[in-house]
Design a protein around this ligand. Structure first.
Ligand code: SF4
Length: 376
């Protein structure tokens, strides 16, 4: 019997609904040898070189929707060469027809070209290569254990040459890491390498590692395109009384990431902003996306195209077509009522429903802007 490691419901917060189309996630290992300084999943026993199988198993089920493999740990750890647990998951997905979104920085993914080709032929896979910059002076310092950007580009090009759908995930996107010109050039280069789409997600700030991370950024300041931009987008005195994955100063962060969108477009790819839906340039369709859940971008497009106010019952009838869980519907309903669901879109709230608008929906004090600690 083919079995997958434990899978987990993914859409549990406004951040995940905003960004992601998959329904479930699973991890092959705990810990990660790539040792990125900004990793959100650092913690005792969950980071560094103590890589071990994550354990647990559940029968494979088609109603898992798209399963994201590699949400919290890269599935192509060096230990995978010997353990082959990620390969086992690919085999299980092929046998049970589960669509997989494989997120990695590892070069070992090329070992599995044979199964990936089978999955691709059935429209069951997309490999997403994670990269933050092409500047190796930076990556060698803040991603010391990971393959270089050049190697990751080679991986993407080989996957594409084997007809395996491949995208890039520019995450975390750190404002100021590159100059606008270099970021645009990177977007174009990535677009040409993958030919499909480029996702980006802003750096998430977490209190437990913030001070150490800032030290790492200080150490690479001279290699950054504009360290001043980074400091403005992510003030040193971030107030962590509110835990938010996208805690940054919107006004400074936004101009720093739009060149990536422009570069992706120039290279012929769709750009998908996980934080700011209005920057997204197109929907994902076909292949594994047949099983996707709609992102906030998709929801806003559906409402915008109606031309009239969308009331909750109409929206729900459309949304149920994607078979969301009852828990997810409940969460979406609460975010619909509070208005938080459509922050960062061009919709306006009207009589409890939503309608297309010229203006960006951003309340004066919203989740995209960091609170600064009060001055003592
Ligand atoms: S590759 Fe991903 S999981 Fe591994 S250390 Fe880097 S950010 Fe964390």
């Amino acid at each position: 019997m083919h079995r997958l490691p434990s899978t987990f419901e993914f859409q549990t917060s406004v951040e995940t609904i905003r960004a992601h189309h998959w329904r479930s996630y699973t991890d092959t290992y705990k810990g990660c040898e790539f040792e990125c300084q900004y990793c959100l999943y650092k913690g005792p026993g969950e980071y560094g070189r103590h890589v071990r199988p994550s354990g647990g198993s559940v029968p494979a089920r088609r109603d898992l929707g798209i399963v994201d493999l590699g949400t919290t740990t890269d599935p192509y750890q060096p230990i995978e060469a010997e353990q082959k647990l990620t390969r086992t998951i690919l085999e299980a997905a092929a046998a049970t027809e589960i669509p997989l979104f494989v997120l990695t920085r590892g070069t070992l993914v090329l070992r599995d070209l044979d199964i990936l080709r089978d999955l691709s032929a059935a429209g069951l896979v997309e490999v997403c290569v994670s990269i933050i910059t092409l500047n190796e002076a930076i990556t060698s310092r803040i991603e010391p254990g990971a393959p270089s950007p050049t190697e990751r580009l080679r991986v993407a090009e080989q996957l594409a040459a084997n007809d395996i759908p491949v995208a890039f995930h520019v995450a975390p996107l750190i404002p100021g890491l590159d100059t606008p010109e270099n970021l645009a050039a990177m977007g174009k280069r990535l677009a040409e390498a993958c030919g499909s789409h480029i996702y980006s997600a802003m750096l998430g700030a977490r209190k437990p590692y913030w001070a150490v991370f800032y030290q790492g950024m200080d150490a690479i300041a001279e290699h950054c395109g504009s360290f001043e931009t980074f400091e403005k987008a992510y003030p040193r005195d971030l107030d962590f009384s509110r835990v938010a994955a996208d805690t940054c100063d919107f006004e400074h962060a936004l101009p720093a990431l739009t060149p990536l969108r422009d570069g992706a477009r120039a290279g012929g790819a769709t750009y998908v902003s996980e934080n700011y839906p209005f920057l997204t340039t197109g929907p994902q369709t076909g292949g594994i996306y047949r099983w996707k859940l709609p992102t906030v971008y998709d929801m806003a497009c559906w409402i915008g195209e109606r031309g009239t106010v969308a009331e909750w019952p109409d929206f729900l009838a459309w949304y149920r077509g994607f078979a969301p869980s009852d828990g997810l519907i409940e969460l979406v309903r609460s975010l619909w009522d509070s208005g938080e669901l459509f922050l960062g879109t061009r919709l306006a709230k009207q009589n409890g429903g939503y309608v297309a608008s010229e203006e960006l929906l951003l309340p004066a004090h919203h989740t995209l802007v960091a609170k600064r600690a009060p001055v003592a």
